[in-house]
Design a protein around this ligand. Sequence first.
Ligand code: C2E
Ligand code: CA
Ligand code: CA
Length: 557
Amino acid sequence: MHYTGIAAMAVSGLIAWDLSYVIASLVLVAVFGALAMSRIAQPVTRFCKYGASISMIICVAALHYTAMTGMTVEPRIVDTVDPNLISGQSLGVTIFVVMLLLLLVASLTYSIDLKNAEHSSRHVKHLSLQDPLTCVPNRRGAECILDELLDMHVDDTSRIAVLAIDLDRFRDVNNAYGQGVGDQLLKVLAQRLVSSCGEGEHVGRVGGDHFIAIKQDVYSRHAASSFAARIAAVLDAPAVIDDVALQIAASIGSATFPDDGTTSDKLMEHAALAAARAKSEGGGRIVAYEESVDQKARKRSLLARDLAFAQDKGELEVYYQLQNDTESREVIGVEALLRWHHPVNGMVSPGVFIPIAEENGMITKLGNWVLETACAEAVGWAKPINVAVNVAAAQLEEPGFVERVRDVLAKTGLPPSRLELEITESGIIADMGAAVQVIRRLKLLGVKIAMDDYGTGYSSLSTLQSFPFDKIKIDREFVSAVDQSRQSAAIVQATIIMAESLDIPVLAEGVETEARLTVLRSLGCNLIQGFLFGKPMPKAKLKAWLENDETTTAVAA
Ligand code: C2E
Ligand code: CA
Ligand code: CA
C-alpha cells in the first residue's frame, strides 16, 4: 500500500529509491506483521493482544520511516506550479479527517467486539441455566430464580411457595412407547406449566421427570394450596403424542419460605422430600413438608443407601446371645443377631436397619450372609452348642433357599442338628402352603425350626398345628410383664400349656431378672433367653467364654 501510494504521488521531480532501505522496510514489515498476526491468532497469555498491537504499530512505523529514508526526490526545474496539486493546508485537513475516520472505525469495531463478547457470554450463561429439552430453567436456573426472589424478599407477611413435582409412572411411558414419546411428553407438560404461570410464578425442570414450580407473594395457606392444585390439574389433563393419549399424574411436595427453610437449597430439598412421601403414599397427591415425618424418611433413605454397601465395607458383624435351660441354667445354644457398625452413626440397631433392609430388598443378601457367617463360626466353638439364625420372610420365599442352607452346611461342615432357623409368623402367613413345604424340606436336611416372636402376630392355633416347629419363642413383650401383670402371665401360661400338649418346647425371650425366671420356671417354661444370662456379645467374647468351661451358671455380662 505504501509503495503504491508513493507511486501515485504527483510530484514535479524524479523519485529515486535506495534498494537496501526498500528491502529492509519489507523485511521489517514481514517480521512485525507476522508477529502481530501470530499473537492475535494464537495467543498464549492474556497480554498477547497488547503485544500484537505494539507489533502492528512498529510494523507500520518501521515501513514508513525506513521506506521514506530510502526515498529521494530530485526536483525538476519548472516554472509553474501544477494547478492539480493540493495545497498544504488542504492536505493537512484531509489527513486529519482520514485519521479521525480511522480512529472512529477502530473504536466502532472495538465496541462491536465488546458487545459480541458480552452477548455470547450471556448466551452461554443462559444456556447453562436452561434445560435444552424443554427450554425451561434447569436446576441451576431454578435455583438462581429462587435465590433472587429470596434476596428481594422484604415483605414479612408474604411467603414463597416451592413445589417439587415428581411425575408418577413416567418410566412406564418411556418403557411402553420409547424415549422419544417420553421426551415429547416432557416438552408438552413443560409448555403447559409455563403457560399456566401467572405473575410471580416460575417453573423449571430439575432433572428427569422432576419439575419445580415457585410462587412468590403468597399471603395465605389457601393461595399456596390452590397454586399446587392448579399445577396438578394442568399436568393431569391427557396429552396426545404420536396418536397416543397419555395421562400422567404427579406427586407434589410443597415447602414454604420461611417456615420450611430460608435458603433455596433447603426449600428445594424439603419440597422434594415431601414429594417423595406423596409418591410413597400412592402418588397423585399433594403433600406439605413436615419436619418430623420427612426428616425421619430422609434418615431412613440415607441409611438404606449406606446399608447397600455395609457388607462389602466390612461394617457388619454377628453377635451371639445365650439361650439357657430354665432348670439347670446350662447354655443350650445361642441366637445369632446382626450388628451394623455405621462409620458415622456408630452402632445401628437391627430394630432400625432390618425393616429398612426388608423394604429395600436387601434382607435376603444380609440374611444369607448371617447364615453363612454364623455357621462358619459355630464350627470352631469349643462346645457343640446350637446356633439359631433369624430367617426373614423374603428369604423363606426365595427359590433355592433350602438348597442354599444345604450348601452352607456342606461348605462350613456344621452338623445340621446344630442349626436352628427362627421364623416369624409374618414370614409364613403370605403363602402358608408354600411355607409348609419349605419348612418340611428344611427339616429333612436335619435343621430345626423355631417359631419366633410368638404372640405378636396372628398366633393362631392352626399355625402351630400345621407347622412342624421344634421350638416356640414367646415374645419379650409378654415375658417382660410376666411377674407384674396377671394377663401377661395368663398368656404365657396358656402358650406353655398348648405347646406342652403339642410336645414343643417353649423359650421365653427377654428375661432380665431372677424374679421373672422364677415365675417362668413355675409356669413350666423350658428355656430362656435374656439379659439375665447375657447380652448379645461379639464372637471373640463368646468363643473365649465357651473355652472357659463355665457354661453352666456363669453370667456373660
Ligand atoms: P429378635 O429375633 O426377637 O431378637 C431378640 C432381640 O431381643 C435382640 O435384639 C436381643 O438383643 C433382644 N433381647 C434379648 N434379650 C433381651 C432382654 O433381656 N431385654 C431386652 N430389652 N432385650 C433383649 P436385637 O439384637 O436388637 O435384634 C432386634 C431384632 O432384629 C431381632 O429380634 C430380629 O427380629 C432382628 N434381627 C437381628 N438380626 C437379624 C438377622 O440376622 N436377620 C433377620 N431377619 N433379623 C434379624
Ligand atoms: Ca429371633
Ligand atoms: Ca424374637
